[in-house]
Design a protein around this ligand. Structure first.
Ligand SMILES: *Cc1c(COP(=O)(O)O)cnc(C)c1O
Length: 367
């Protein structure tokens, strides 16, 4: 196993990225999608578009990368692939978007006009994907006639290209993808093509929550793209949260050092108030004498709800900003203060780990 540490002293917490396992997920996802006429835009936002990781996606033959932040697109500058901004752009970042991005998901004419102006200024072109809101009430046009009017305006702009249509569901209201909704998108695309005379290149039918529908053969003709983060990185589709056969879900592991190890009761004592969110905490009574570990890792660095200890005998009791409380009474190994505990990171936890300045990164290059 070859590990490359980041160029700073070995400190904890640290996250290890298993690049060989990520490398193996890519052909599986590509085969599942491409055999059904779907091209992948690989989403990099969860790992802050770290080039060490993005390189694996590019080497795996993925030719489109998407991120929700322009700063992250800038990190991908060295890769000669098509880069999408997958959050509606800020007018104030139009210049940087045009410089580092090739395409973006849009739902406001004023923003598109700012992009058009910037393209003219920089002598560059930019591809516009218009978003339709099909029920999740996040981004996109709910008035489809308005979308068509905007599409006509975009088609007439000299420096941007009308590239396609997109939809995003299951991110705010958790409205699910179905054939009916995606058929609506495909039909809207035909109306846009008829109204503008432009052949749309991309009909982007969603995220990792569309994968389950795809596997059931439910994506209609015309939809030809998915923007995938979680399914590529964690091998997980997001409608029923099942792992895709043959994929790895252990690409991201965090290591946290034990700073206190004591036998303590499982129940607190004293008057219990509310937590920082106004909720009253509850506790499970596992007995008066449990071996409790505190790790130097907190909510700034990870998300307890989407993290699983690698040792199946450990229980995550909870976390505050800077402390992780574990019950390790039934752990498989014996631990001492100063030892490290490994935890597998899920989606949000990975996102926190990569945006925390306190978490060092290292990469497994080869198995
Ligand atoms: C984050 C995001 C995605 C990727 O979602 P996954 O569930 O990780 O596949 C796709 N599209 C948009 C607009 C997003 O914000």
């Amino acid at each position: 196993m070859k590990i490359v540490p980041e160029n700073r002293p070995a400190t904890y917490p640290s996250v290890t990225v298993n690049l060989p396992h990520l490398r193996k997920n890519i052909p599986i996802l590509r085969e599942l999608c491409e055999s059904r006429g779907i091209q992948i835009t690989a989403v990099t936002k969860v790992f802050e578009a770290d080039p060490m990781i993005a390189r694996v996606l590019v080497e795996g033959g993925l030719t489109r990368l998407g991120d929700s932040r322009v700063d992250n697109l800038e990190r991908l500058a060295e890769f000669n692939v098509e880069k999408w901004l997958i959050r509606p752009p800020m007018i104030s970042e139009a210049a940087k978007l045009v410089k580092y991005g090739d395409a973006s998901l849009n739902s406001e004419l004023a923003v598109i006009e700012a992009i058009e102006k910037e393209c003219e200024k920089q002598g560059r072109r930019h591809k516009i994907i218009l978003m339709a809101d099909l029920g999740d009430i996040r981004e996109g046009y709910v008035d489809y006639d308005e979308l068509i009017e905007v599409a006509k305006k975009v088609a007439s702009m000299p420096h941007v290209d009308l590239y396609g249509l997109g939809v995003n569901l299951t991110c705010f209201s958790f409205v699910q993808y179905d054939t009916e909704k995606l058929t609506q998108l495909a039909e809207l695309a035909k109306r846009v093509e008829a109204a503008t005379g432009v052949k749309l290149q991309v009909i982007s039918g969603g995220n990792s929550a569309t994968v389950d529908l795809m596997l059931r053969g439910g994506i209609p003709e015309g939809v030809n793209n998915l923007r995938l983060g979680e399914s590529v990185l964690f091998g997980k589709e997001r409608a029923r949260y099942t792992f895709l056969p043959g994929t790895y879900n252990d690409v991201f592991t965090i290591h946290a050092e034990i700073v206190e190890l004591k036998e303590k009761p499982s129940l607190p004592w004293g008057d219990i108030g509310v937590d920082s969110y106004g909720r009253t905490p509850t506790f499970v009574d596992r007995g008066p004498k449990r071996l409790k570990a505190i790790c130097a890792l907190g909510r700034q660095d990870f998300d307890a709800e989407t993290t699983t200890p690698c040792d199946p005998g450990m229980i995550i009791l909870g976390a505050s900003s800077d402390h992780l409380m574990l019950d390790i009474t039934d752990a498989e190994k014996t631990y001492r203060v100063g030892d490290c505990i490994d935890l597998r990171l899920g989606y949000f936890s990975t996102m926190r780990a990569f945006t925390s300045a306190y978490v060092r990164r290292e990469y497994i290059l080869e198995e």
